[in-house]
Structures are given as structure tokens and as C-alpha cells.
Design a protein around this ligand. Structure first.
Ligand code: NDP
Ligand code: HSE
Length: 432
């Protein structure tokens, strides 16, 4: 009988317990040895409803040190304590499962090697895209392919907020509060909003497929904090919606790794990914493009990915299969350059506040023309009164980030332009 220790009894931990109860028969039919949840550790366990037949402790370090526990499931969040807990668990020959993307993005290579050295299972399916089996798909089903690119909506909270702002006219803060209530947001939602959570996820995927060491450090990160209802409605007027995406791809000896908002054309399949849903478009040299779609956050969705790892861990424990050797082989061994964000080309959406004075548009277009930037679409509304500023919105041709930055600096210095120019990349894919 294998004994499980669960560290962290919050949104995901509680959903995991109910999932294990509800699907007990199904899970039992897929595993080679029986298991029981023997210990739950959580610093505020006394404030939570918990099963009285499972032992509890407030000190999570009781779990790696317990000679009883065979499999440790880390569902706390944060980096330092989970790192200490997981390294101690692996060294004590315990199999480990975690949903912690921040930890994997920061210390994945080291933990993979440690797990391989001690011949224990290490699962982290829930760390990227919630219920979607993206890690399993990339490291198993697609591992014989050359993955050319991944473009994904990989933060459920951002997608939920942008969708609520667009479809239900909700204010940013109200939409964020809803996402917190529904258990989508991180304990500290700053990481959702400022793009760090998506950066953790895209860098995990980049390190798995390109075997590059610590791509997080060179990942370009931009969140959704500057997206306004006005941007969303201008984008709609031009036939787009705004999404937050993570992108990684490989060109020659260089990889891109970035997360930021983009305009997505209404005919692009990613524009149909609404609410908390996530979608990951994977392009391989042979299979073309596949899309994985599903619930990207929330207790039940995440617990489902944890359970899939648990079943693997139990079977690994009795069969000692080759999984770790295969999926962690050469981890961190490749030395691709990571392309600087400014070197990457795409069309851009620009929102500029200007006085409605004749000649101002000509000044702006001259600046753009001097950088060889042409305008593909433009929209501007009547000013409310003669003195008021008008937002001018345009979409450019395909242009690199450096040329856009240079133009923006010049546009912002024009006498009749006020404040900062807001620039958002437009997603460039084959279909639109
Ligand atoms: P919660 O904040 O809901 O739960 C975490 C629990 O762990 C809380 O009860 C917390 O106590 C406890 N805890 C945190 N640190 C310690 C510690 N040092 N010692 C003891 N107990 C501790 O988080 P979630 O369940 O939402 O997330 C858990 C993990 O899963 C995170 O890594 C998250 O990024 C990841 N994840 C979450 C998803 C989601 O949709 N929620 C989706 C995918 C991954 P307290 O309440 O006192 O802080
Ligand atoms: N806070 C994360 C999100 C949870 O909203 O996507 C899933 O990783």
C-alpha cells in the first residue's frame, strides 16, 4: 500500500481529495498497487474543512521526513519552501508531483536531474495549462517530432479577465475579483496580471522541447495591466480581440520565448478561446499544427492533471519504467540564443492620444514612414469637443520591435500628442 502526503490544502489540494474519492474505482483500475492519502500538511488546516480520517500537520517538512510517505504532492505555491520540501523528498527516495510552475521554471533542470539520480518519479503536468495534458503530449506523443513553435493562451485568469471585459463590459478589477473567487488566480494574482505566470509556463515548455537551460531569465514578459476597455473596443472595431499569449519557437540557432498581449483576428481559432479556457497551438515539422484546448485553471481542472501524474507515479513505483530517463534526457543541454524581443517582427496596434489639429496625422505617418513602417488600418473617432484629445488607432505592417520603439519615442515628443503611445503586437499566424 503506497502512502501519499499532500502539502497544501487550498483550492487544488481540496479538489484533489474530492477527485480521489469520487473517482476511486476508476483510478484503482488503472494502477498496479493500492494507495491511501496518509497525511495532509497545511499551515492553516485548522481553518479548513478536512476529512477526519486523514492525519494532518501544520508543518509541511513533516512530509519529506516521514518514513511512511512514498509519494509527495506539493500544492502550496511559492518557491523557497517547495524547493526545500521537494529536494528533501527526492533525496529521501519519495516520488514527487507538483503543480508549481514558478518552481519548475526556476529550478526544473536541477530537480529533474535529482529525480533521475535518485530514480524517483517527478510529475508536473498541472504546472502548464491546467487540465490540458500538454506536458504528456509534448514529451510523449510528440517527442519524435521537431517542434517548430508553440503559441498558447496559457493563463486562465488573463483570458477570463479579457473576455469578461470584452463580452460582459466588466471592469478590470471586477473581473479579477471574479477570477479570484472562482479559484483561477494565484494566491498573489500579481503574477497572473503581470505575465509572470504565463512566463513560467512558456519557459517550462521551451526548456522541455528545446532542452535550453533556464529560458525564463531571457523571456520577454508583459502582462495585461495596461489593456483598457478602449483598446478592447478599438480592436473589435478593426476585427480583432485582445488575448494574452505565450510564444516559443525556433529559427536556426535561436529561440524566441515571450509572453505579452496580442491582437488576434476574429477568424483565428484562438479568438474563440473564451473565459478561463486555455489553448496551445503546437506546430511540428511533420504533423503540422495541432491545438490542445481545455480548462486552464481552477481546482477541479488542476486536480485532474495531478491525478494523472499520481497514476503514473504509482505505476512507476512498481515498474520503475524508463520515463524519467527519456523525458529528462539532455535537459538544459542546448545553448540556443534567445532572440531579443526588439528583434522580433510582427504587425503592431498603436493607440495614440492627439489633439484634433490638421497636420497631426501627417506628422505621425511621416515618422512611421521614416522607419519604413506602413499603416494597414486606421480608425479615429470624432472628438467630444474642440479641445479634447482623440485616440488615433492604427495597425502597422510587419515590423521589428526596435523600429516601433524608435517611432514611438518620436511620436510621443510631438507637440500635439499627449501621454504614452500604447503598442500591442498583432498575432501573426498562417490563417490570419
Ligand atoms: P491556494 O493558495 O488555494 O492553496 C495553497 C495552500 O497551501 C493554502 O492553504 C496555504 O495556506 C498553504 N500553504 C502555502 N504555503 C505553505 C507553507 N509554507 N506551509 C504550509 N502550508 C502552506 O493555492 P492553489 O491551490 O490555487 O495552488 C496551489 C499550487 O497549484 C500553486 O503552485 C499554484 O500555482 C498551482 N496551480 C494552481 C492552479 C489553480 O487554478 N488554482 C492551476 C495550476 C497550478 P494559506 O491559506 O495560509 O496561505
Ligand atoms: N493562475 C493560473 C491561471 C492558474 O490563471 O492560469 C493555472 O496555472
Amino acid at each position: 500500500m503506497l502512502k501519499i502526503g499532500i502539502c497544501g490544502y487550498g483550492t487544488v489540494g481540496q479538489s484533489l481529495i474530492s477527485h480521489l474519492e469520487m473517482h476511486n474505482d476508476k483510478i484503482m483500475s488503472n494502477i498496479s498497487e493500492e494507495f491511501v492519502v496518509a497525511l495532509i500538511a497545511d499551515r492553516s488546516i485548522d481553518k479548513k474543512d478536512h476529512r477526519k480520517d486523514i492525519a494532518i500537520t501544520k508543518d509541511v517538512m513533516d512530509i519529506p521526513s516521514s518514513s511512511e510517505i512514498d509519494i509527495v504532492i506539493e500544492l502550496m505555491g511559492g518557491i523557497d519552501i517547495p524547493y526545500k520540501l521537494i529536494t528533501a523528498s527526492i533525496k529521501n527516495k519519495k516520488h514527487v508531483i507538483t503543480a508549481n510552475k514558478a518552481l519548475i521554471a526556476e529550478h526544473g533542470d536541477e530537480l529533474f536531474q535529482l529525480a533521475e539520480k535518485h530514480n524517483v518519479y517527478f510529475g508536473f503536468e498541472a504546472s502548464v495549462a491546467g487540465a490540458i495534458p500538454v506536458i504528456q503530449t509534448l514529451t510523449n506523443n510528440m517527442s519524435n517530432e521537431d517542434i517548430l513553435s508553440i503559441t498558447g493562451i496559457i493563463n486562465g485568469t488573463c483570458n477570463y479577465i479579457l473576455d469578461q471585459m470584452s463580452s460582459h463590459d466588466l471592469e478590470f478589477t471586477d473581473a479579477l475579483n471574479e477570477a479570484k473567487k472562482l479559484g483561477y488566480a494565484e494566491a498573489d494574482p500579481t503574477f497572473d496580471i503581470n505575465g509572470m505566470d504565463a512566463a513560467h509556463k512558456i519557459s517550462i515548455l521551451a526548456s522541455l522541447i528545446y532542452k535550453v537551460k533556464s529560458p525564463l531569465k531571457s523571456t520577454y514578459v508583459e502582462g495585461i495591466e495596461n489593456i483598457t476597455s478602449m483598446d478592447i473596443s478599438f480592436a473589435k472595431e478593426l476585427g480583432y480581440c485582445i488575448k494574452h499569449v505565450g510564444i516559443t519557437n525556433k529559427q536556426n540557432n535561436s529561440i524566441q520565448c515571450r509572453v505579452h498581449p496580442v491582437l488576434v483576428h476574429k477568424d483565428n481559432i484562438l479568438s474563440q478561446v473564451l473565459g478561463v479556457m486555455n489553448a496551445v497551438l503546437i506546430t511540428g515539422d511533420k504533423f503540422g499544427t495541432s491545438m490542445l484546448y481545455g480548462h486552464g485553471a481552477g481546482g477541479d481542472a488542476t486536480a485532474s492533471a495531478v491525478v494523472s501524474n499520481l497514476v503514473e507515479a504509482i505505476n512507476f513505483s512498481s515498474n520503475k519504467d524508463l520515463r524519467n530517463k527519456i523525458i529528462f534526457k539532455n535537459s538544459g543541454s542546448c545553448s540556443f540564443d534567445i532572440t531579443k524581443n526588439n528583434d522580433i517582427s510582427s504587425p503592431f496596434y498603436l493607440r495614440i492620444y492627439a489633439r484634433d489639429i490638421s497636420g497631426v496625422m501627417a506628422e505621425i505617418t511621416n515618422i512611421l514612414a521614416n522607419q519604413n513602417i506602413s499603416i494597414e488600418a486606421v480608425t479615429q473617432h470624432e472628438p467630444a469637443d474642440l479641445d479634447s484629445l482623440i485616440p488615433i488607432v492604427m495597425i502597422t505592417n510587419n515590423v521589428d520591435g526596435l523600429s516601433i520603439d524608435k517611432s514611438i519615442t518620436k511620436i510621443e515628443s510631438l507637440a500635439h500628442v499627449e501621454g504614452k503611445v500604447h503598442a500591442i503586437r498583432v498575432l501573426k499566424t498562417d490563417d490570419k
